[in-house]
Design a binder for this molecule. Structure first.
Ligand SMILES: [Zn+2]
Ligand SMILES: [Zn+2]
Length: 211
């Protein structure tokens, strides 16, 4: 049916535009040991990061992606390179920060729900696991058909490693708190103290019409 086909295309296109980090693993044979490598550039995405420092919207994100078939699913290993921009926390100058991070993420095949129930029964035939492993298990990512969603791992790798207080240089002297001019542009003896004292007195004077 022509209409139906168009509709499903439209839906998947909307979905794709919502999440540019979905990757189709269709080309990878589902046989343990098989591997494929890709060079991707994602240049249509929302801003990632904080107000002071972020990968700007649509700033190209280059990804070297390797996907491997393993018994449980697909193991993705990636290097993520991009540039974050923001402003110095002291002088408000623009700052740029090279992002070069790696991550590895396992995407499990989605199990038949009936199978999953069986496995979760007490006395299941699974190797003994520590509490830590159980915690990790909650974070297991699953495949969505042939799709793997790189959004979470990319955000984790990139955002968690961005400096929270970006500086234009480690010893940036910042701004004069009184006039807001950069210390670096002010003479060494720059000071406001005498003027401030005079004006401080006037501030309390309500003027000729005051009491
Ligand atoms: Zn600065
Ligand atoms: Zn000043």
């Amino acid at each position: 049916m022509q209409n139906q086909r168009f509709q499903s295309w439209a839906i998947s296109k909307t979905y794709m535009s919502k999440n540019p980090f979905l990757f189709n693993t269709h080309d990878l044979p589902r046989r343990a040991g098989e591997m494929r490598e890709y060079e991707l550039t994602i240049d249509s995405h929302e801003a990632l990061g904080f107000e002071v420092l972020a990968i700007a919207q649509d700033e190209p994100i280059d990804i070297d992606l390797r996907i491997e078939s393993v018994a449980e699913g697909i193991l993705a290993t990636a290097t993520v390179r991009t540039e974050a921009s923001g402003e110095c926390g002291r002088c408000l100058d623009a700052v740029y920060y090279d992002v070069d991070e790696t991550f590895q993420e396992l995407y499990e095949y989605v199990e038949d729900p009936r199978q999953a129930r069986k496995r979760n029964k007490p006395g299941k035939k699974r190797p003994q696991k520590s509490e830590e492993d159980d915690l990790d298990e909650d974070l297991v990512r699953q495949m969505d058909g042939d799709m793997i969603d790189l959004d979470g791992p990319i955000r984790d790798a990139v955002i968690l490693n961005l400096p929270i207080n970006p500086l234009c240089s480690p010893d940036c002297p910042g701004l004069c708190p009184d006039c807001g001019v950069k210390w670096i542009e002010l003479p060494e003896d720059h000071a406001h103290a005498p003027a401030d004292i005079r004006w401080a007195g006037l501030e309390n004077w309500a003027g000729p019409t005051g009491e």
